[in-house]
Design a protein around this ligand. Structure first.
Ligand SMILES: [Fe+2]
Length: 303
């Protein structure tokens, strides 16, 4: 049995005061937005309760699907690294960046330079470090599972939170999925933007979700995990042998009385072998009137 925990979008605060040259148009809007609304929605005590609960579940590995920071100021990155280190070592925690981690053009290098060892492959079958998509996709093998990390993070204009994989990364992903299927591993794809259905909000969507779904339908995967929408969600993509669950989680720091789901995370229990994998997901989260996190649901995804 291999146990994986998945959390996302902690949006760690507080946002430090930007230097004057860091206050570009989009950052200025984001900074005001944080102080007007977001710091009420994202609470450190909610995140602390979640991390405490997750730790007591003692998972074998932890996946974090982006949006660790808010407006990608350089000063936001070292505390986010400390938070990652509190979750676990780079060997035990795999992350992919979100749109807030690459908020503006001058932040594009920050995730790799501060968190690079949490987003690095094992070696074989990983993306070439100097490819156009950087180190993505990366591949890590842990027990019966292979974690495949993708990046959809790119700087966008104000009011846009779109993401894109790009042709280069998609091509490498198809190679990785084929290779890992051959190895008989349980393939878990990590991606920040939800790829399963057409997003209702075109300003927040994954631009190449269609090509991603077609690729997954052709090459298969056992599980796709994402964040970005800050709600619990389950969708499916038809695959070559079985349909593939695509699961989203709320923001790991969401207050109980916010406008989206309160802080929560998922635990996956994986066992079996190629052709007869079993995977059960347990959702845990904050609930009004309950101290700490409680079990919200439990269901079999692959059986
Ligand atoms: Fe987010």
């Amino acid at each position: 049995m291999f146990v994986l925990a998945h959390l996302s979008d902690p949006h760690l605060g507080p946002v430090p005061l930007p230097r004057f040259r860091e206050l570009t148009g989009k950052r200025a809007l984001g900074f005001v937005n944080w102080h007007r609304r977001r710091f009420v929605r994202h609470r450190p005590e909610a995140l602390e309760a979640l991390v405490h609960d997750l730790r007591s579940a003692a998972p074998d590995h932890i996946a974090v699907t982006g949006d660790l920071v808010n407006i990608a100021l350089e000063k936001e990155f070292p505390p986010a690294r400390e938070w990652l280190a509190q979750l676990g070592s780079p060997h035990d925690v795999s992350m992919v960046p979100g749109n807030h981690d690459a908020y503006v053009r001058d932040a594009i290098e920050h995730p790799a330079s501060h968190w690079g060892d949490y987003m690095r492959g094992d070696g074989i079958g990983t993306g070439a470090p100097h490819s156009r998509s950087g180190p993505f996709p990366y591949v890590r093998r842990r027990g019966p599972a292979a974690l495949i990390g993708l990046s959809t993070a790119l700087p966008t204009a104000p009011f846009l939170a779109t993401g894109k994989l790009g042709a280069d990364q998609l091509m490498r992903l198809s190679d990785a999925l084929a290779h890992l299927a051959h190895e008989g591993l349980f393939r878990i794809v990590l991606i920040h933007h939800p790829p399963a259905a057409q997003s209702r909000n075109r300003f927040k969507r994954l631009i190449d979700a269609g090509p991603f779904r077609r690729l997954i339908a052709e090459y298969g995967a056992e599980l796709v995990l994402h964040g970005h929408n800050h709600v619990h969600s389950l969708a499916w993509i038809g695959g070559p042998e079985h349909r593939i669950p695509v699961v989203g989680v709320p923001s790991a720091s969401a207050a109980v009385r916010g406008d989206r789901d309160p802080a929560g995370y998922n635990l996956y229990r994986i066992h079996g072998a190629p052709g007869r994998w079993r995977c059960e997901v347990t959702s845990r989260g904050l609930k009004a009137g309950h101290p700490g996190l409680t079990e919200l649901s439990r269901r079999a995804l692959l059986q």
